[in-house]
Ligand binder design. Structure first.
Ligand SMILES: [Zn+2]
Length: 307
């Protein structure tokens, strides 16, 4: 493609008419079909899908630079077959390439020199895919986990996730540590936090998360912490109830020691046991003193009954 045609494409994205000397134009590799360090890879078809989605997308050089307008825009993308190069799982190697432009300013002079000098050449992309197929059994690892773990080998076959049906490409940026070997990929696999959780669970080798994913994971963890605190409270109450039940129904037994024997029970089991005691007490017409009522002591006094 000659420069006139390129300027025409660039100007289709620009608000004001740009001349050749106004812009800095460069190539980047967005992603490829090699297995990355998260043990995932795109297919040729997913690269084709992403190819269309990345056209026109703005990229940034780091988050601080966003405010200074140091961004570039992709105006052309293509999937390139690299002759004679195979992926580590013996597929023809393909990569998604893009041509991007920056409007030259005083502020980005140094940055352009860095790109020219090959210093800032690693690109990270953010995209979303519908499915991650297990390379061993073909199951969608996103919706229901199979027994295979990415990065492990089963009967000589490496397990990795095959990223299929991309449905969104939302960012690209230059980063220091790329996820892929040849390019950098930050993948987002959906909108709900359970996706991020299964993502983390399936990444024994470590994983790169996007800002959005980190936010989702944090709020998921906060939810778990609240549930944990509720569960601890219920547990304390049950152990306290159980101790009272023992005191009432078996006054000859040391209730504290007796209840200690049940500390490893889960909440359901403790609750059932409590109910059995209460039924028994009700049958024997013994008074139900304070059962299920307020705590008789400060929670710290029940320290011995905590798990
Ligand atoms: Zn599997």
């Amino acid at each position: 493609m000659n420069i006139e045609n390129e300027m025409e494409l660039i100007n289709s994205y620009s608000r004001k008419e740009l001349k050749e000397e106004d812009v800095y134009v460069f190539n980047v590799t967005l992603c490829d079909n090699e297995i990355d360090r998260d043990y995932e890879r795109f297919t040729k078809e997913s690269l084709d899908g992403l190819c269309e989605m990345f056209c026109g997308k703005t990229g940034i050089f780091d988050h601080n630079m966003k405010a200074q307008g140091q961004s570039a825009r992709i105006f052309k993308t293509w999937v390139e077959e690299v002759q004679g190069k195979m992926t580590s799982d013996s597929q023809q190697y393909y990569r998604l390439r893009a041509r991007a432009y920056m409007v030259r300013t005083e502020n980005n002079k140094a940055l352009i020199d860095e790109i020219d000098g090959g210093i800032k050449k690693e690109v990270s992309v953010g995209c979303a895919v519908k499915e991650i197929r297990c390379s061993v059994c073909g199951a969608d690892m996103k919706s229901h986990c199979c027994e295979h773990v990415k990065g492990r080998t089963y009967s000589g076959k490496l397990c990795f996730g095959i990223l299929t049906n991309p449905y969104d490409a939302y960012e690209w940026s230059f980063v220091a540590v790329p996820s892929q070997r040849e390019a950098g990929v930050t993948k987002a696999f959906g909108q709900d936090e359970t996706d991020v959780v299964s993502l983390v669970k399936n990444a024994p080798q470590g994983i790169t998360l996007s800002e959005t994913q980190v936010t989702k994971l944090s709020s998921y963890i906060e939810g778990l912490e609240r549930t944990k605190s509720d569960a601890s409270f219920c547990r304390e109450r049950l152990l306290c109830d159980l101790r009272k039940c023992v005191l009432i129904s078996m006054p000859e037994v040391d209730a504290g020691n007796f209840v200690k024997g049940f500390e490893n029970m889960d909440i359901n089991e403790l609750s059932n046991l409590c109910e059995q005691f209460k039924t028994r007490i009700a049958k024997t017409q013994l008074p139900l003193v304070q059962l299920g009522g307020k705590k008789e002591k400060h929670p710290t006094d029940n320290g011995a009954f905590r798990i």
